[in-house]
Each structure stands twice: as structure tokens, then as C-alpha cells.
Design a protein around this ligand. Structure first.
Ligand code: CU
Length: 244
């Protein structure tokens, strides 16, 4: 074997060791998603008509005579249950909120949109007024360290920005001009949470390997938990809520 052939073999061996090392490190650091579907069994109480909204000409103009209602139970035809906040219980100190894109809380048709929102500690919440009337954004946290604020927002006014440093479930936003307007913002000290969509689906992305308790929390029906172990494959966890 000549020198250059030996040299090439040595280089090839070093390269394979490096490759194995890099792939190994990548696998060790891999993460997986926790996915699932939330369903509701039984018939929830009927939503309430928001009649005072229709007494307000600015707000009523957006509904063409069709009465808006509350959104306490957002359920699909096969029990697909939306607006359930799913998170990893007790995971703290992992927030990437400071560098996460802002979450948007809009005021449209004299309702908050969305009405159930989840963010990280330190993540910006952009509150917008898409309506032609004035709103009064009033957040009323219950956890020490999260500040109450009360801000007037004119139609076409600049976006407002809120952040909360402490975890809190269902932190209330209300409007002091329109007493039916509420949004409930859950704040987590990690990026590991999700809100179920209209199909009842949720995804908690890039969860590091480990054992966790997954909590599904609905504002009216309370919380359920399930234990899971995450390795290197996606894990499915479904929750079923029931109206008794
Ligand atoms: Cu308002």
C-alpha cells in the first residue's frame, strides 16, 4: 500500500468517526412532539346570547342582525373540543419567551379574538383594535408579579404590548367599555404548551426526552392529567372531557 492510499484510508476513518460522533450527538439531543385530540362527551349548556353587544350600534354593525353568543364550549360535530390549554405540568425555568414572536390578541366585532390564548413568560402579547370603536384593555392577573393594567385603545390606535413574568392560568383580559368582552391568557414558563384547535387537535413541539405529566385544562371543566414518557418518537395523548 502506498503512502497516499494509507493517508486516504486514515482520512476516511477519521471522517467516519466524526460522522458517527456528530449523528450520535444529534440523536442524543433529539426531541419529539406530544400530539393528541381532545374530545367532549355529552351536551354542554347552551351558549348565552350577548344581547348588549347588539344594543351598541358600532358593535352590532358587524353582525348583520345575527346574535353573537358566548364561546364557553367550542365543540365540533363529533365532539372535537377546542380551546383546551395543554401543557407539561411543573416544567419551569425553560421560557424562550423573550425571543419568541409576539402573540396577537385582537379586538374584532367587540369580542376578543382569540378568547383563549397561551404564551410564555416574557413573551410579548400584541393587543390590537381592529374595530371602529374605542376599547379599554384591562388585564387583571391573580398571581403576584404579574401587573394589572388598564389602557384605553382608540379605533386605529397603535397596538399595545403586554408581558407577564410569572406563570398563570387563565389570566383575565376584559374591556371596561363592553362588559361582555373577555379573553383568558395562560402564561407558561416554558415553550411546551398548546391550545386545541377546532378539530380538537393539539401539538406540543420539540419536547426533550423524559417523563412528563401532561395537563389539559378547560376554563369551565377544569384540568385532567396523564403521564407520558418522551423518547425519540412522537407520543400521542388523547383527552376526553365529559359533561355530567
Ligand atoms: Cu371593548
Amino acid at each position: 500500500m502506498n503512502y497516499s492510499r494509507t493517508n486516504w484510508l486514515v482520512k476516511k476513518a477519521v471522517l467516519s468517526i466524526l460522522t458517527v460522533g456528530i449523528v450520535g450527538a444529534w440523536q442524543a439531543a433529539s426531541a419529539a412532539d406530544i400530539i393528541g385530540v381532545i374530545t367532549l362527551k355529552g351536551t354542554p349548556p347552551a351558549e348565552k346570547d350577548i344581547t348588549p353587544l347588539m344594543d351598541n350600534p358600532d358593535c352590532a354593525a358587524m353582525y348583520n342582525g345575527k346574535m353573537p353568543t358566548t364561546h364557553f364550549y367550542v365543540v365540533g360535530p363529533n365532539g372535537e373540543f377546542a380551546d383546551v390549554v395543554v401543557s407539561l405540568k411543573g416544567v419551569t425555568g425553560k421560557s424562550t419567551g423573550a425571543s419568541a414572536p409576539p402573540a396577537v390578541l385582537d379586538q374584532k366585532g367587540c369580542l376578543y379574538s382569540p378568547q383563549i390564548l397561551a404564551v410564555q413568560t416574557g413573551q410579548k402579547i400584541t393587543v390590537r383594535n381592529s374595530d371602529t370603536c374605542v376599547h379599554n384593555v384591562h388585564c387583571t392577573p391573580a398571581v403576584a408579579g404579574n401587573a394589572e393594567r388598564n389602557d384605553v385603545q382608540m379605533p386605529g390606535g397603535a397596538d399595545l404590548t403586554y408581558t407577564f413574568p410569572q406563570p398563570e392560568m387563565f389570566l383575565r383580559f376584559k374591556c371596561d367599555v363592553h362588559p361582555w368582552m373577555f379573553a383568558w391568557v395562560s402564561v407558561f414558563d416554558s415553550p411546551y404548551f398548546s391550545v386545541s384547535d377546532k378539530d380538537g387537535k393539539f401539538v406540543i413541539k420539540n419536547v426533550p426526552p423524559g417523563k412528563y405529566t401532561v395537563e389539559a385544562n378547560h376554563r369551565k371543566l377544569g384540568a385532567q392529567t396523564q403521564d407520558v414518557e418522551v423518547a425519540d418518537k412522537d407520543v400521542t395523548v388523547n383527552f376526553n372531557f365529559e359533561i355530567k
